[in-house]
Write a protein that binds this ligand. Structure first.
Ligand SMILES: *[C@@H]1O[C@H](CO)[C@@H](O)[C@H](O)[C@H]1NC(C)=O
Ligand SMILES: *[C@@H]1O[C@H](CO)[C@@H](O)[C@H](O)[C@H]1NC(C)=O
Ligand SMILES: *[C@@H]1O[C@H](CO)[C@@H](O)[C@H](O)[C@H]1NC(C)=O
Ligand SMILES: *[C@@H]1O[C@H](CO)[C@@H](O)[C@H](O)[C@H]1NC(C)=O
Ligand SMILES: *[C@@H]1O[C@H](CO)[C@@H](O)[C@H](O)[C@H]1NC(C)=O
Ligand SMILES: CC(=O)N[C@H]1CO[C@H](CO)[C@@H](O)[C@@H]1O
Length: 468
């Protein structure tokens, strides 16, 4: 009995002492950081901050004080909550001294508690403090910017590593002839800091979470490009080799080749338009091959539909490569492939595995949002076909930037095929102006009613040569 008490009392004493020492440590570190930032002017008024940082000669323009002070605030919050937690814990221990003893906490458990709840958070806060980059007075390299863009916005080490520019190896010039490589992320990532940190919070080299939907959410909200990750992407455990190309083009792929966990459906058959719980609303019916087989090869009742054959005869042999910009399962590309035309199809996984479907058919999905400049060089594409994506809802200024980008990418003599663009009747003039402003040659221009208030517009336009 006495020996037991002796042991327990010793453990208790050690625990108490450790608590006090660590609590003291936290307080000291917090105070130190407070003093450090106080001296940097963080708790003074805004004008003072400016004076402190910009100096007399406006030395610090371009330095993101807001991001830095946010980061400092974040670290201080962390320390404060850690301190509160510790104090609370100590109080609890005093209150329940006997209960604690009877609970028989082993040293190992206590060690674990200290490691996980005290030492690790303290270490994290310490690292976060160290990472804060104070501006260099002379600026970064030749620029007037005083810090790497966005670096002070993020705490997660992996994001900071990603956006820190990578210098070339000593003495070697890189392939671009530049001195360093900047990994880029979309500036709107700043607005989705929490989600991005979740996305980047993996262990290097381990399996990533099955979170493509989080990634896509970030992308469509403007965090695009996303940072690359250093974790291993999960794949279907029962992946089958794809069908040969002579079969894959017009056959529903094997459902086992898709990870379905983030969709409502669990197989391709479930994506049928007849199923009200299919989980997607754009391009309904796209996963039914009998329907898809009719597109662009059979006459329709509407004058706004063009046949692939008719389009290709306008420029015999000249149309070889192109882009299909829209939502779909690659049917346009599949048909064009039969005409020996290579089409890249844009696709987002809006509720259904559009990218997987296109790839399993043996075609090329291009996973892009509307946010970005197309990754093609100027005057390269023979054809841009667009359907079912930018209908009526699109902001006119956004559309204008997109159309100029398409114009950039199309080669002289290339074709822009606007396929069943629809909008409300009252907006038609605005949109028509947008398409006509480029003064392309009109091969086809047709408008047809869609419903009482909506109309379809289809057009086949040819980019002129610009001999200037
Ligand atoms: C404390 O734990 C040890 C080992 O787990 C055990 O032998 C001992 O009986 C426990 N004491 C009490 C009071 O529960
Ligand atoms: C930086 O400035 C130096 C000298 O003024 C110049 O030689 C160098 O090319 C500049 N570098 C960049 C990246 O502009
Ligand atoms: C597809 O091609 C393979 C050989 O390349 C052949 O064995 C198979 O019968 C073809 N399938 C069809 C449906 O033509
Ligand atoms: C479509 O209709 C035109 C005339 O209206 C006809 O010449 C053509 O053969 C038809 N094409 C198909 C594929 O039915
Ligand atoms: C496509 O190319 C193949 C091989 O060169 C050729 O046999 C076929 O006739 C071409 N198809 C069309 C529609 O031009
Ligand atoms: C770190 C490093 O070696 N950087 C070099 C990259 O290349 C330029 C141009 O040759 C050098 O000036 C840098 O020193």
């Amino acid at each position: 009995m006495g020996r037991l008490c002796l042991r327990k009392c010793r453990v208790g004493r050690i625990m108490g002492t450790l608590q006090i020492v660590l609590g003291g440590l936290v307080i000291i570190v917090s105070l130190l950081s407070l003093i450090r930032f106080y001296s940097a002017g963080f708790f003074t008024r805004n004008e003072d901050i400016c004076r402190q940082f910009y100096g007399q000669k406006d030395d610090y323009d371009g330095f993101d004080i807001k991001a830095l002070s946010d980061r400092v605030g974040e670290v201080l919050d962390r320390m404060e909550s850690l301190q509160e937690k510790l104090e609370l814990e100590v109080k609890e221990m005093e209150k329940h001294k006997e209960v604690l003893d009877r609970n028989n906490i082993t040293r190992l458990e206590y060690k674990k508690y200290l490691e996980e709840e005290v030492i690790r958070p303290l270490y994290g806060a310490h690292i976060a403090l160290r990472q804060i980059r104070l501006p260099k007075a002379e600026g970064i390299r030749n620029s007037t910017m005083k810090e790497e863009p966005l670096i002070n916005t993020f705490v997660i080490e992996e994001i900071r590593k990603y956006i820190t520019p990578k210098e070339n190896r000593t003495g070697k010039i890189n392939i671009y002839g530049t001195e360093r490589i900047h990994n880029t992320i979309g500036h709107a990532c700043v607005l989705y800091k929490k989600e991005l940190e979740e996305y980047m919070g993996y262990d290097i080299g381990s399996y990533c979470n099955d979170d493509w939907n989080l990634a896509q959410k970030l992308m469509v909200n403007g965090c695009d490009p996303l940072p690359r990750r250093r974790c291993l992407t999960r794949a279907s455990k029962v992946y089958q080799k794809p069908y040969p190309i002579n079969e894959s083009l017009w056959r529903l792929p094997d459902g086992r080749n898709v990870r379905w966990s983030n969709y409502q459906c669990r197989n391709f058959e479930c994506l049928s338009s007849k199923n009200p719980k299919r989980g997607y609303s754009k391009c309904v019916g796209c996963f039914e091959m009998e329907k898809e087989k009719l597109k662009w090869v059979t006459n329709s009742s509407l004058p706004v539909d063009l046949l692939i054959n008719d389009v290709l005869t306008i420029k015999p042999g000249e149309i070889r490569i192109g882009l299909d910009f829209g939502v779909g399962t690659g049917t346009f590309a599949a048909r064009m492939r039969e005409h020996n035309v290579t089409i890249v199809s844009t696709a987002l996984n809006l509720g259904a595995p559009f990218n997987e479907m296109i790839a399993l058919r043996g075609l090329i999905p291009l996973y892009v949002t509307l946010n970005q400049r197309l990754p093609f060089f100027d005057n390269t594409m023979d054809l841009i076909h667009t359907s079912g994506f930018m209908d009526g809802w699109i902001d006119l200024l956004l559309l204008d930037f997109i159309l100029y980008d398409w114009d950039r990418v199309l080669r002289p003599g290339g074709l822009l095929w606007i396929d069943r663009f629809f909008c409300s009747r009252k907006d038609l003039d605005d949109y028509m102006y947008m398409f006509l402003q480029f003064r392309y040659k009109k091969h086809k221009w047709a408008i047809a009613p869609k419903s009482k208030d909506e109309v379809y517009l289809s057009a086949l336009l040819e980019k002129p040569s610009r001999a200037i």
